[in-house]
Design a protein around this ligand. Structure first.
Ligand code: MN
Length: 289
């Protein structure tokens, strides 16, 4: 049985700036009831292609904390540099992904990469926030650099394109990232006329963002920047690209635990939030200049 589509959402009407380097549309902000239907994903920020222009001082977000979840940044156009208080750093280029586990607490900063910033050019990114279950919220911070060249890949039949299997399992091909709960994150690059058929468990919350192009998803048209939300009914998913298209598919077992969030901290209770804030204020997340 086909996985049933719940609703197809248009792009939110307004964008917000994260620092001065990320011009993002937030597809499921906190307080939005859609959040229970996308768990374990907590946030999807999409910066559609935008040219910020050349800048000697790289744009971005200065040092800030996170605790209790993971941030996953996918680069489509342009390059992003990352540094954190665990001593990890890296640059992601188009097709690359950085999967940062904040866990017990971390400081990091996120900037346009220096050379890219100097030259300018189109910049396109997604940042996902992935919740951690209570049992793993205090896991030590970790950084996974997933480069396009070594990413798990599935070729689509008849020159239909390919899928970067960032996490999970696509038709038997395991994803590159290690995750704490069962999650699929697929970066789908389809040629016009390409077809992707797969199944995900009905129990998975599932959704899909059209980054570019447009496609028919289980019989319904999904246009550029639309967001397709599925119900927990049915397993089969068939995507047919009407033109060259880039799609981001997300699914996972929902984490059915209370969420207490204050900005960059996502815990289970108010007490844990206060503790996180106190730890941050007293320097327990380390040092980052
Ligand atoms: Mn951050």
């Amino acid at each position: 049985m086909q996985k049933v589509i719940s609703k197809i959402f248009d792009r939110p009407s307004r964008y917000g700036m994260v620092g001065d380097g990320f011009r993002v549309f937030n597809y499921f902000p906190s307080g939005n009831p859609i959040r229970t239907q996308v768990s374990p994903f907590l946030m999807l920020d999409f910066n559609p292609a935008f040219d910020f222009g050349p800048s000697e001082t790289p744009r971005g977000v200065d040092v800030h904390p996170h605790k209790g979840f993971e941030t996953v940044t996918i680069a489509y156009k342009g390059s992003v540099a990352h540094h954190d208080s665990s001593g990890n750093s890296g640059v992601i280029h188009p097709g690359d992904v950085q999967w940062m586990t904040a866990g017990a607490g971390i400081l990091h900063k996120e900037y346009h990469e220096k050379n890219f910033a100097q030259n300018g050019g189109p910049f396109e990114m997604v940042q996902l926030w992935v919740n951690l279950p209570k049992a793993h919220k205090l896991t030590p911070p970790k950084y996974q650099a997933l480069e396009a060249a070594s990413m798990s890949k599935v070729m689509l039949p008849e020159n239909g394109g390919y899928v970067n299997v960032i996490a999970g399992d696509l038709n038997g091909t395991k994803g590159s990232a290690s995750t704490f709960t069962e999650i699929n994150v697929f970066d789908i690059r389809m040629n016009s006329g390409g077809v992707l058929s797969t199944r995900v468990p009905a129990s998975h919350n599932a959704s899909l963002l059209v980054i570019d192009g447009n496609a028919v998803v289980n019989g319904q048209q999904a246009a550029k920047h639309q967001f397709v939300l599925f119900k927990n009914e049915g397993e089969e998913i068939t995507i047919r690209a009407n033109e060259d298209s880039v799609l981001l598919f997300l699914s996972g077992i929902p984490i059915n635990e209370p969420i207490a969030q204050y900005g960059p901290f996502v815990m289970n209770t108010q007490e844990e939030l206060q503790e996180a804030f106190h730890e941050y204020q007293s320097g327990k997340f380390g040092v980052l200049n």
